[in-house]
Design a protein around this ligand. Structure first.
Ligand SMILES: [Zn+2]
Length: 134
């Protein structure tokens, strides 16, 4: 069920709201940037995401194919969301960092299914051999 959640970076400059169905699942991945950021994402369509403040306080980091904007707050460095375009996942997307939701309950986080992706080997659709550390 879609529910409106509010999220922010650590210092609060970047704030957003998003329509997320946590029961539909979230994702963790072992690719180079997800590993270093310990990213835990909910994949959304752009119309499910509304940036409420902080657009001018965001930095954008891109690498590789530059299909994703790995945005982060210029003040506190926290990456609360990113966006981009990848045909394999349906085109335009926004990935919200579940760890940055301010009004999600521990119970909701405990119950959301986590799909693991083997991004390190460019196989996002299948889990890596080891997932316990992600
Ligand atoms: Zn911040």
């Amino acid at each position: 069920m879609l529910k409106i959640y509010h999220g922010s970076c650590h210092c609060g400059a970047v704030r957003f709201e998003a329509d997320i169905d946590l029961a539909a699942g979230t994702g963790k991945c072992n690719c180079s940037i997800c590993t270093k950021r310990r990213a835990w994402g909910a994949l959304l369509k752009p119309d499910q995401f509304r940036l409420l403040s902080g657009a001018d306080n965001l930095s954008d980091y891109q690498f590789g194919t530059k299909s994703g904007h790995h945005r982060f707050c210029k003040t506190c460095g926290v990456a609360s969301f990113g966006d981009g375009h990848v045909e394999a996942i349906g085109g335009d997307y926004v990935s919200v960092n579940v760890n940055c939701l301010d009004d999600v309950s521990d119970q909701e986080l405990a119950e959301t299914p986590v799909k693991f992706g083997n991004g390190r080997d460019n196989a996002w659709w299948e889990p890596p051999a080891v997932t316990s550390y992600l």
